[in-house]
Design a protein around this ligand. Structure first.
Ligand code: FES
Ligand code: FES
Length: 159
């Protein structure tokens, strides 16, 4: 039997009817057609499905949909700059060559956003720690770390 959940998604209140076994990623991708959130392992190991819930980066493949009621969710679709331009963080990933196939990118970017929102001047060690749950098969991480440092610099300049 389906139950209604009400939550804030990228700043907009939404209502969805879900089954007890469904996960947050099912709500996003299947019910709401927000396919920016990717499913890789489905077991909490790759980070491709990372979104932000109440300010914290979580694996949406492990997050029970029923528990999202009353919470605030940010997905990659909600992370735009003014006039639908890329956000500073997204642009830094593009500029630094931190995207190849792109499958890991939404999850990476949301993990980094959660980090920079709570720690605007992270050390390289802190960046690596924040990204330890996000796997990338393509880039070797060097460009990703560079992108995070560049984004952090730009965000501080803008603040
Ligand atoms: S799909 Fe969620 S951690 Fe891999
Ligand atoms: S860019 Fe391909 S998995 Fe990261």
């Amino acid at each position: 039997m389906k139950k209604e959940i009400l939550f804030s998604l990228n700043g907009i209140e939404v209502s969805v009817f879900v089954l007890g076994h469904e996960r947050l990623i099912d709500v996003l991708r299947k019910h709401l057609s927000l396919t920016g959130t990717k499913e890789g392992c489905g077991q909490g190991e790759c980070g491709a499905c990372t979104v932000i819930v109440d300010g914290r980066a979580v694996n949406s493949c492990l997050y029970p949909a029923l528990e999202i009621s009353g919470k605030s969710v940010l997905t990659i679709e909600g992370l735009q700059g003014p006039e639908h331009r890329l956000s500073v963080l997204q642009q830094a990933f593009v500029d630094c060559g931190a995207i190849q196939c792109g499958y890991c990118t939404p999850g990476m970017i949301l993990s980094v956003k959660a980090l920079l929102d709570s720690n605007p001047k992270p050390t390289e060690e802190e960046i690596r720690e924040a990204l330890q749950g996000n796997l990338c098969r393509c880039t070797g991480y060097v460009q990703i770390i560079t992108a995070v440092k560049q984004a952090a610099r730009h965000l501080l300049e803008l603040s």
